[in-house]
Ligand binder design. Structure first.
Ligand code: NAD
Length: 470
């Protein structure tokens, strides 16, 4: 057995694997740890452990609620260990990793405050009730951008609803989720939350496993379509949270001094690697240069570096393929006539560092505008009238979020309401409110996360119809 200090959690116990794979620190580009590479037999064990834990777990809502609250407290107690692993494997600055761990605990608490409703339709000579019952084993598959928040958004509602879970993080960022599995062992009964890791095709094997009744997946559109197709033969339930190409639209009256900072971070938060980050910005032609300059000033002033170092505001891209993709999209735009008002190039040294980039002099039809770049690059595109900007924002298969910016919030709200996406913001971008539904329209997803709708998505609806007397 290879040496591993990051065991999987199956049935509440350490599980080691014969094979391992290297986890890279994106700030150095070098492997700094080995993660377990789960075998097919160990995957069976994990799913079986979840199935075995289900009958006891499903019946006691109060116990589940208490366990989630205890889990939130354990996460806070273990914050520094989780924060360090997050920064080392994902690249985000320590302050951002701390924020992620805090939001993870908040997600558990917010979920624990929800109730699975029990609706009595009638109660006289007949009683008709609508119940929402757990499904069984839920497979939770997460991406590498915010691994702990993504995990919590899935396992917290799945567990509260009475299901048991097998969590599989991205092979790029497995360590923080594996550590979470260890940290939560003394507050969750064995088998209720199992955490496994491995190179793909582990994700597909888990999603297709015959004992899994629901797959909750966050990741790219392409993989999401595979998950949907693989769920079909068994009619597994699915929730898909997929990619986005969020548009921001500035109206002509926007107060740039007041908004520039928020606009900038709406696109560059987490080095641009957030599904709900602004990925393209439409600006009235009369204000184009002013807006580009304000954003470029901020891009140049950002402290980019190893997230472990104090004062760093933006880390590297999280993975080598993502780093290559961002370089490719920016090179393509520059070759096609766009100008980098700031950045436009990788930074010297090891690691996946890319200069925060503002691109100007480009239109729809350029790849970095039409595709999801998922990196520290914002294309700024001029428009002539608002109708045209709305049409361009909507003219895509994506439909995750969008934002409209104006000195008159109600005027902006009227425009924002017409964006074809799951969330439309006014004068902000990418700050989902706790407990509020989050969903993608069109190719950005299927189903709803968070809030009551998210909780109910981990249940089957059942009618209990009792005829009293004859
Ligand atoms: P990805 O699709 O490559 O991988 C996501 C996960 O799926 C990983 O754990 C991977 O191992 C697993 N996987 C791979 N093939 C699979 C298969 N056939 N069946 C089941 N699982 C499989 O995505 P990524 O590169 O890790 O993440 C980036 C993408 O995630 C971006 O497109 C981003 O927009 C999206 N994202 C969406 C949201 C949202 O809430 N809508 C949030 C964060 C990220």
């Amino acid at each position: 057995m290879s040496e591993q200090n990051h065991p999987m959690t199956v049935g509440g116990k350490d599980v080691h694997t014969v094979d391992t794979f290297g986890v890279h620190n994106p700030a150095t580009g070098r492997v700094f740890a080995q993660a377990p590479d789960c075998s097919p037999a160990q995957l069976d064990d994990a799913v079986q452990a979840a199935a075995d834990a289900f009958p006891l777990w499903r019946d006691d809502m109060d116990a589940r609620r208490s366990a989630l609250l205890a889990a939130a407290a354990r996460i806070e107690e273990s914050a520094e260990e989780l924060v360090t692993l997050l920064t080392l494997e994902q690249g985000k600055p320590l302050a951002d990793a701390r924020f992620e761990v805090m939001v993870t605990a908040m997600t558990l608490r917010g979920t624990a405050a929800l109730d699975v409703p029990r609706e009595v339709i009638r109660d006289d000579e007949e009683r008709i009730e609508v119940l929402h019952q757990p499904m069984g084993v839920v497979a939770a598959i997460t991406p590498w951008n915010v691994p702990l928040i993504q995990a919590a958004m899935k396992f917290a509602p799945a567990l509260l609803a009475g299901n048991t879970v097998v969590l599989k993080p991205s092979p790029f960022t497995p360590l923080s989720s594996l550590a979470l599995g260890v940290v939560l062992r003394d507050v969750l009964p064995p088998g209720v939350l199992n955490v496994i890791s491995g190179r793909d095709p582990l994700g597909a094997q888990l999603a297709e496993h015959p004992l899994v009744r629901k797959v909750t997946f966050t990741g790219s559109v392409a993989t999401g379509k595979h998950v949907a197709a693989s769920a079909a033969p068994d009619l597994k339930r699915i929730t898909l949270e997929l990619g986005g190409n969020d548009a921001g639209i500035l109206l002509d009256d926007v107060d740039l001094d007041a908004m520039a900072e928020k606009l900038f971070w709406g696109a560059f938060v987490n080095c641009g690697q957030i599904c709900a980050a602004m990925k393209r910005l439409y600006v009235p032609r009369a204000r184009y240069t002013e807006v580009v300059d304000a954003l470029a000033d901020r891009a140049r002033s950002v402290q980019v570096g190893d997230g472990m170092l104090p004062g760093v505001q933006m880390g590297p891209l999280a993975t080598a393929p993502q780093f290559a993709r961002v370089q490719e999209l920016v090179s393509d735009a520059l070759a096609g006539g766009a100008t980098a008002a700031a950045g436009g190039r990788r930074l010297d040294g090891d690691g996946y560092f890319f200069a925060p980039t503002i691109l100007r002099d480009l239109e729809d039809g350029v790849r970095v505008v039409d595709e999801e770049q998922f990196g520290p690059v914002l294309p700024v595109i001029p428009y002539d009238d608002v109708e045209e900007a709305v049409a361009r924002a909507n003219g895509t298969h994506f439909g995750l979020d969008g934002s409209v910016w104006s000195a008159d919030p109600e005027r902006a709200a009227a425009v924002a309401a017409r964006l074809e996406c799951g969330t439309s913001w006014v004068n902000t971008h990418g700050m989902p409110a706790p407990g509020v539904s989050f969903s993608g329209h069109k190719w950005s997803g299927l189903g709803v996360a968070n809030g009551l709708a998210g909780l109910l998505s981990y249940t089957e609806t059942k009618v209990l119809h009792v005829v009293r007397g004859r």
